[in-house]
Structures are given as structure tokens and as C-alpha cells.
Design a protein around this ligand. Structure first.
Ligand code: NAP
Length: 249
């Protein structure tokens, strides 16, 4: 069964990792996929080709998630290219710039807040009018287990991810009466380029602490997104789903 047949979806940061995993699973379910990248042009264009080969409409856009102006321009272009409708927005683009608070620079704090959190404001505001007119839409924000429980060495990242949860719940309250849902996913340890940067000892420590004894895959997160994007979750809004192998249990 195809759960997203002919739905138009925007995913930020899909040139690799979790975003790319979501794009592939969504295309398999019949969704047309507009997605962004900031610098990884070659893999983004490769993904665009791969998605089109699945028989859906797909397009890669270079767009800095931290820029309000670029978010507005992006949404205008997507509306033009995808027939004037947006059904799902996934705010997935994110970065880390880890350090102990003692050593963290103001620039690294600001960069993480701008790309991870302000981007969610930028994109949600940019699609809001379209969703209100349609009286339907699903917004999915990619938070993190770290936003729920905190993490030493990640004050900037944890603050951005916790901020996304407050934003998610507030948007759910503001837009619920117009049939627009907003939910967040809190992935645990998902094995992507972002986690490749960690040393092996840290990685093994994470795995040992997970009840399911493995890191998650991008498909694990994509499947949770599929639930929130589709009618399967038609009566669910303002929620945070931990997809973490039981890490927070
Ligand atoms: P990743 O492999 O590092 O990929 C990040 C994606 O975001 C890339 O497509 C990147 O595009 C894009 N991006 C970065 N800065 C951007 C900007 N300024 N504007 C637009 N796009 C930008 O990361 P990931 O592991 O897939 O993580 C995806 C999301 O899940 C993030 O929000 C992350 O915080 C969250 N998350 C990940 C984990 C995990 O274990 N991996 C756990 C919890 C939450 P370019 O390649 O062009 O830079």
C-alpha cells in the first residue's frame, strides 16, 4: 500500500543521512519530493535522479535553512514547480558543533541555533499560508534524544533540539483547528555521517546503553516520518516520538 500517493513533500537537508533516507522511503510511497542541501550538490543531484526513476516528481534546491529569505524563496519555487500544493514539511537539516560550554565559542552556539532551530521558524512560516489555505498539512520536526535529556558537550545542540519541541507543541496548538498537524521525532543514535565523526569508543558506549543493542538506521527514522506524514496519524498532533531503540526508557 502506498501511503503518500501524489502528496507533495518538502524535506530540508536530504543530500545525505536521515533526510536522504526519508526521501527514498517517501518516493517509494508515491510522494513527490522537493528537498534541500547547503553544499553537497553532487549527491543531491544524484538523489534527484534516483527519486525520479521511481516515477515521482523530485527536485533538489540549494537553500540555506538558516536564512528566512531563502526559505521564502524556496517555498515560492516549490509551489511553482509542484503544482501549487504542499502536503508535508519535514524540518530535518541540522548540524553539530560540539564542545564543553567552557570552550564553546559564541559563533558555534549561534550557528547551531540558526541552522537547527531558527530554520524551523523560517520554513514553517514560509509554508504556513499555503497550508492554511488548503486546510491541511503535516509538519514534522527532527529533534533528538539530546533535546529531551541533555548531553554534556552539546549545550548548543541540546538547546536547539529542545527548542524544536516547544515550537512543535505551540504550532500544534495554533494550527490544529485548521487541520494542520505538527509533531516531532527524537531520534536516538542513528548511524550517519553526523555520527561517523564520533570516536569508536563513544559509539560503542552508545550502543551498549541501548536496550535494542544497535544504532538506528535512516529507514527507522523514515518509517516514523511516514506515520506522521500520512493519514495513519490523522488524530495525532503536538507529540514527540522517541525513535531510539529504547534509550530513554
Ligand atoms: P547529516 O548526515 O550530517 O546530514 C545533514 C543534512 O543537513 C545534509 O543534507 C546537509 O546538507 C543539511 N544541512 C546542513 N546544514 C544546512 C543548511 N545550513 N541548510 C540546509 N541544509 C543543511 O545529519 P543526519 O545525521 O542525517 O541528521 C539529520 C537530522 O537528524 C539533524 O537535524 C540531526 O540533528 C538529527 N538527528 C540525528 C541523529 C543521528 O544520530 N544521526 C540523532 C538525532 C537527531 P549538505 O550536505 O549540503 O551540508
Amino acid at each position: 500500500m502506498k501511503l503518500l500517493q501524489d502528496k507533495n513533500v518538502i524535506i530540508t537537508g536530504a543530500s545525505r543521512g536521515i533526510g536522504m533516507g526519508i526521501a527514498k522511503v517517501f518516493a517509494d510511497h508515491g510522494a513527490n519530493v522537493a528537498f534541500t542541501y547547503s553544499s553537497s550538490e553532487a549527491p543531491a543531484l544524484e538523489l534527484e535522479k534516483e527519486l525520479k526513476a521511481k516515477g515521482v516528481n523530485a527536485k533538489a534546491y540549494k537553500s540555506n535553512a538558516a536564512s528566512f529569505k531563502e526559505a521564502e524563496e524556496l517555498v515560492a519555487k516549490v509551489l511553482e514547480d509542484f503544482g501549487g500544493r504542499i502536503d508535508v514539511l519535514i524540518n530535518n537539516a541540522g548540524i553539530t558543533k560540539d564542545n564543553l560550554l567552557m570552550r564553546m565559542s559564541e559563533a558555534d552556539f549561534d550557528a547551531v541555533i540558526d541552522i537547527n532551530l531558527k530554520s524551523v521558524f523560517n520554513m514553517t512560516k514560509a509554508v504556513q499560508r499555503t497550508l492554511l489555505k488548503q486546510r491541511s498539512g503535516s509538519i514534522i520536526n527532527m529533534s533528538s534524544v539530546v533535546g529531551v535529556k541533555g548531553n554534556a558537550g552539546q549545550t548548543n545542540y541540546a538547546a536547539s533540539k529542545a527548542g524544536m519541541i516547544g515550537f512543535t507543541k505551540s504550532v500544534a496548538l495554533e494550527l490544529g483547528s485548521r487541520n494542520i498537524r505538527c509533531n516531532a521525532i527524537a531520534p536516538g543514535f542513528i548511524e550517519t555521517e553526523m555520527t561517523d565523526k564520533l570516536d569508536e569508543k563513544t559509539v560503542q558506549g552508545w550502543r551498549d546503553g541501548i536496550p535494542l543493542k544497535r544504532g538506528g538506521s535512516t529507514e527507522d527514522i523514515a518509517n516514523a516520518c511516514l506515520f506522521f506524514a500520512s493519514d495513519l496519524s490523522g488524530y495525532v498532533t503536538g507529540q514527540v516520538l522517541n525513535v531510539d531503540g529504547g534509550m530513554l526508557t
